[in-house]
Design a protein around this ligand. Structure first.
Ligand code: SF4
Ligand code: SF4
Length: 396
């Protein structure tokens, strides 16, 4: 297929922790808000006057300094982000809002704060408690925490308008972007998809690290382009998979998977499209913050949610995606030493295999795709096993 017009530009942006789009937003006087987890709703961080950037560490090599401060048994993602901060990669941030969701990431943020790695005279950090259950009591607590640890500091320290009207405007913008991503991603359902999982991952990830107004026209043009794009006559893929698990902030993992023969038809991980890019239901009947928090709480698929309904919901969610995107199997991946996904990957792999009948590949992986050569072999073997199963079905 012909290259998508914006793909090269976005690949280039993704190589940098302070990309051109963020740089120009900052130079125009807006505040750069660092975000480290899906549990702080993005519309709160993208009110007029500020924009959010999800922290990542592209092109990570050594983790020596991050490991020195955090020890080698901490998640590689948290260590890589600290390493990048120690190198000065996030000096432009005005604040970081961290939820008490992942303790390892919070240790990373604490180090960034205590070591004054973003010391621009204004920088501050807050930590908010976020729900582990999904019910009305948890929702009320979530709303209070977001008020106290996100909206109030934004207003008091940076002068941001955090009124209901301002929040409604931010949701509108977010939903415009979310719908575009979902429409683009829907082309992955086609038998001969006109977009690769890798291309989609580049587009989707860019929406987390660039200001929304920068991305919306790019997504609109890409959607137009896709409407007329001819898929390759014979796709190179031998199987279709749902990619689930811990956050993926490097599209090269998706590329590597597809090069090994598995088309990534749907994604269910942080910094992907499900659940983070599902549009936020919104009306005038209830205050904006409650509606936003409800959506993030109900849609969240993080293993931090530990009540039985949410545990079951995670499996049903992946099953529904597999059906909708016609997947032959599921890949559960987890960044090394991630506690949450360590247990969820093991448990969900068994459930999806045993109760739902999917072939499942379950892997832990290094943070960077460059160190994941073994993954290619594992995916190839997985694809072959799916093909054998398919042949067996035909023969019986
Ligand atoms: S997996 Fe959970 S804790 Fe980790 S970034 Fe996503 S929402 Fe946050
Ligand atoms: S991969 Fe797991 S341990 Fe690492 S930052 Fe994300 S949720 Fe935390």
């Amino acid at each position: 297929m012909k290259d998508l017009a914006h793909i090269y530009e976005l690949e280039k942006l993704l190589q940098d922790t302070y990309n051109e789009a963020a740089r120009s937003a900052k130079e125009s006087g807006r505040y750069a808000i660092g975000s480290v987890c899906a549990m702080i709703p993005e519309p709160l961080l993208n009110l007029d006057g500020c924009f959010s950037v999800r922290l990542r560490a592209p092109g990570t090599g050594s983790l020596e300094m991050g490991t020195y401060y955090m020890t080698s048994i901490m998640c590689e993602c948290a260590r890589a982000i600290l390493e990048r901060a120690l190198e000065g990669g996030y000096g432009y941030l005005d604040c970081i809002f961290a939820p008490d969701a992942c303790a390892q990431m919070n240790r990373c943020v604490e180090n960034i704060d205590k070591l004054k790695l973003c010391d621009n005279g204004r920088f501050f950090v807050t930590y908010a408690d976020v729900p582990m259950k999904s019910d009305e009591t948890a929702l009320r607590h979530y709303v209070r925490q977001m008020k106290q640890y996100v909206l109030e500091p934004l207003h008091e320290r940076l002068g941001i308008d955090t009124s209901d009207a301002a929040l409604a405007e931010a949701v509108k913008r977010q939903n415009r972007l979310n719908r575009l991503i979902m429409e683009i991603g829907a082309y992955r359902r086609e038998e001969k998809p006109r977009i690769t999982g890798y291309e989609f991952a580049v587009l989707c990830l860019s929406t987390f690290v660039c200001p929304k107004e920068y991305m919306i026209p790019i997504l609109e043009e890409t959607l137009d382009e896709l409407r007329g794009r001819e898929p390759d006559a014979a796709g190179p893929y031998r199987a279709r998979v749902v990619m689930a698990g811990s956050e993926i902030d490097d599209p090269d993992f998706i590329r590597l998977t597809e090069e090994a023969g598995a088309f990534v038809a749907a994604d269910c991980y942080c910094l992907g499209s499900y659940p983070e890019r599902t549009p936020i239901p919104f009306d005038e009947k209830e205050d904006a913050l409650t509606q936003i928090c409800r959506h993030y709480m109900e849609q969240g698929q993080c293993p931090r949610f530990m009540n039985t309904e949410k545990i079951r919901q995670r499996h049903q969610y992946v099953d529904a995606l597999a059906k909708e995107y016609k997947a032959d199997g599921i890949i559960y991946q987890q960044i090394k030493f991630c506690d949450y996904w360590g247990y969820e990957r093991a448990y969900a792999s068994e459930v999806m295999r045993g109760e739902y009948g999917y072939p499942v590949l379950s892997i832990d992986r290094p943070y960077t795709a460059g160190n994941a050569g073994q993954l290619r072999t594992r995916v190839q073997a997985f694809v072959e096993s799916i093909e054998i199963k398919r042949l067996g079905k035909k023969g019986s």
